[in-house]
Design a protein around this ligand. Structure first.
Ligand code: ADP
Ligand code: MG
Length: 650
């Protein structure tokens, strides 16, 4: 039994790709052929990553370098064999790593990706691009790929040959391989053989991979008797210098964009970027990008942080979570420090004051970039907001030091506009405030439609007072932390007693008082009919069209938040709602004259229906839905012809 285990790793073995890989391969080859040249960028990018990884591992374990500390990527082609080879002397792969890395897709968001596929070639090509095509893009141009590799530090006999025709299976075979690193050999499809030309490849390298830090070398070619022939001399094709270390004036827009595609693992162009050298107590360079679309894993519980840390041009780590606050987790790019020690570890990063200073600096830079877009490039900012607004909103609670700056960057839907587009700033709102208005009003609900149609808005509509409509889940968190803006309190229209202050005149106030007295008896009867289901029953003036609504007490949790937390499985303290009734509504007037159950009337049922429909109207559920339906039906029947006598407002 045990013998088999010993033998297996040395023999040739055939395995199946993970189902997702098969699906992706099929899609890619059929959707991306018109973009076929991207494969070279992807393979070079992997080679560069492999070199970076080894350089970092070798900081603690210099023996891994096996005496060869200069990293290099080589592109070679063989016209006769029809092959194109991308080689590197990076970290390489063990047998298990090759199976894991080249046989499965480990990316988070994979399921999300497949669920979004439409079957439309053009659209899907776009999606695959966003998902990151990676290694498998080789199959766009190759009908067979061989990967010859050895993990740095393993003996020469532990080399691995991975091979596949990209249909469903791959083989793994043990080989001897003296040099560490990886050769990816593409056996080109007939129609892709035009790529086997030195000038073609050089062009592609300069176009897509100029910024790669390692030298990308090719054999120099000469003209001899009207023919291009290869010499034995190596020639570096790319610039091979860290793009971020060059002065801004020497970097072109295209170079910035193509560098983004590499660091951001993105196929699309960036929305904007900022490149700066910071001097002072901490010296570092930052090149930070805003992507133009949200990645698939934006909402993962342990999100990737897309900023790479370098120390004096040496790659230290990917996704360094300490370099950006969570609410800016969509930022991609590079930070290169002049002061941190080269052997800085993740643990050290956790406590480093220097890192804190770098993070504060990067945060300010990104906020500055956003402010600049908001002010000068409204369209871009709107695009940014659509993709990442919900993430930026988290910053209101997370980053109290920058709360005011973030508040100015927020955008909301509001009753001022018809559409659900989030375009209103808090400053716009303040500028539109009515004479006598001293608060910023908002409503939170589960959806835009529920917010927009909330009964709580009725009086505000009548008076022409704007209300912000909040329906993103994170909005409850925003209003929990942002209690005022520009000296004006943010107030929920669904909480506490309604105090319109100077928005109401004396006559209106007196009228309200009169109505409250007139309905005192009714509110008391409703309260005793509903008992413990409500905290209080009172007359309201916030309604014009609806008979009743529920509100939360000033310091209780609002209904929307309570429902959200419950849905997320959290234990929420039960706070009873306050039922408010509209003294001018015909249903309420009708109720006033109804006898109680004991006297042969339906008062108790009416009261229960009033509460249940108020719950429904704000997006909640009646406590006993079946009971609600039964009572409604009983009331319909009891009313008979009477129903036609109740004239409802429109
Ligand atoms: P990504 O680069 O986004 O991780 P890829 O599909 O490009 O995805 O590559 C998958 C994995 O295969 C890489 O993460 C890496 O672990 C491994 N890999 C690919 N090419 C190389 C290489 N030249 N050297 C070492 N490992 C590699
Ligand atoms: Mg890759």
């Amino acid at each position: 039994m045990e013998v088999e285990q010993d033998v297996a790793p040395h023999s040739t073995e055939t395995r199946s790709f993970q189902a997702e890989v098969k699906q992706l391969l099929h899609l890619m080859v059929h959707s991306l052929y018109s973009n076929r040249e991207i494969f070279l960028r992807e393979l070079i990018s992997n080679a560069a990553d492999a070199c970076d990884k080894l350089r970092f591992e070798a900081l603690d374990q210099p023996a891994l370098l096996e005496g060869e500390g200069e990293f290099k990527i080589r592109i070679a082609y063989d016209k006769d064999a029809g092959t194109l080879t991308v080689s590197d002397n990076g970290v390489g792969m063990s047998r298990d790593e090759a199976a894991e890395n080249l046989g499965t897709i480990a990316k988070s968001g994979t399921r999300e990706f497949f669920s979004r596929l439409t079957g439309d070639k053009q659209k899907d090509a776009n999606l695959i691009g966003q998902f990151g095509v990676g290694f498998y893009s080789g199959f766009i141009v190759a009908d067979k790929i061989s990967v010859l590799t050895r993990r740095a530090g393993l003996p020469a006999g532990a080399g691995v040959k991975w091979q596949s025709d990209g249909s469903g299976e791959y083989t793994l075979e043990q080989i001897d391989r003296p040099g560490r690193g990886t050769d990816v050999v593409l056996h080109l499809r007939e129609e892709a053989k035009d790529l086997l030309a030195g000038w073609q490849l050089r062009n592609l390298i300069r176009k897509y991979s100029d910024h790669i830090v390692q030298p990308i070398v090719m054999k120099k070619e000469e003209w001899k008797e009207d023919q291009q022939v290869m010499t034995d001399e190596d020639e570096t094709v790319n610039q091979a210098s860290a793009l971020w270390a060059r002065p801004k004036s020497e970097v072109t827009e295209d170079q910035y964009k193509s560098f983004y595609k590499h660091v951001g693992h993105d196929y699309d162009e960036p929305l904007a970027w900022v490149h700066a050298k910071v001097e002072g107590r901490q010296e570092y360079t930052q090149l930070l990008y805003l992507p133009s679309h949200a990645p698939f894993d934006l909402w993962e519980r342990t999100p990737r942080h897309g900023v790479k840390l370098y120390v004096r041009r040496v790659f230290i780590m990917d996704d360094a979570e300490k370099l950006m606050p969570l609410y800016l987790r969509f930022v991609r790019g590079v930070v290169d420090s002049n002061d941190l020690p080269l052997n800085v570890s993740r643990e050290l990063l956790q406590e480093s004051k220097d890192i804190d200073a770098i993070r504060a600096g990067c945060t300010k830079k990104v906020l500055g970039l956003l402010e600049d877009l908001a002010e000068n490039e409204a369209e871009k900012y709107a695009k940014f907001w659509g993709e990442f607004g919900r993430v930026l909103k988290e910053g209101v609670g997370e980053d109290s030091a920058n709360r005011e700056r973030i508040a100015k960057l927020l955008r909301f839907a509001s009753t001022h506009a018809e559409s659900d587009a989030q375009t209103a700033t808090l400053a716009d709102y303040v500028g539109r405030m009515k004479e006598g208005q001293d608060k910023i009003y908002y409503v939170t609900a589960e959806s835009f439609a529920a917010a927009k149609n909330s009964p709580h808005l009725e009086v505000f509509r009548k008076k022409g007072v704007e209300v912000l409509l909040m329906s993103d889940r994170v909005d409850e968190w925003v209003v929990g932390h942002l209690t005022e803006f520009d000296g004006k309190q943010l107030v929920s229209v669904a909480k506490g007693g309604l105090d319109l202050g100077k928005l109401e005149d004396e006559a209106e106030k007196q009228e309200h008082q009169r109505e409250e007295e007139q309905f005192k008896d009714v509110t008391e009867r409703i309260k005793s009919a509903l008992g413990e289901r409500v905290k209080e029953v009172r007359v309201t003036h916030r309604l014009t069209d609806s008979p009743a609504c529920v509100v939360a007490d000033e310091y209780d949790m609002g209904g929307n938040l309570a429902r959200m937390l419950k849905a997320a499985g959290q234990n929420v303290p039960v706070s009873k709602p306050i039922l408010e009734i509209n003294p001018r509504h015909p249903v309420v007037l009708r109720l006033r004259d109804e006898k109680s159950g004991a006297e042969g009337g339906h008062f108790d049922d009416w009261a229960a229906v009033l509460l249940d429909q108020a719950m429904l109207a704000e997006g909640g559920m009646p406590e006993d839905p079946a009971g609600f339906v039964r009572r409604m039906n009983q009331l319909f029947l009891a009313m008979g012809g009477e129903a036609s006598r109740i004239i409802l407002p429109n």
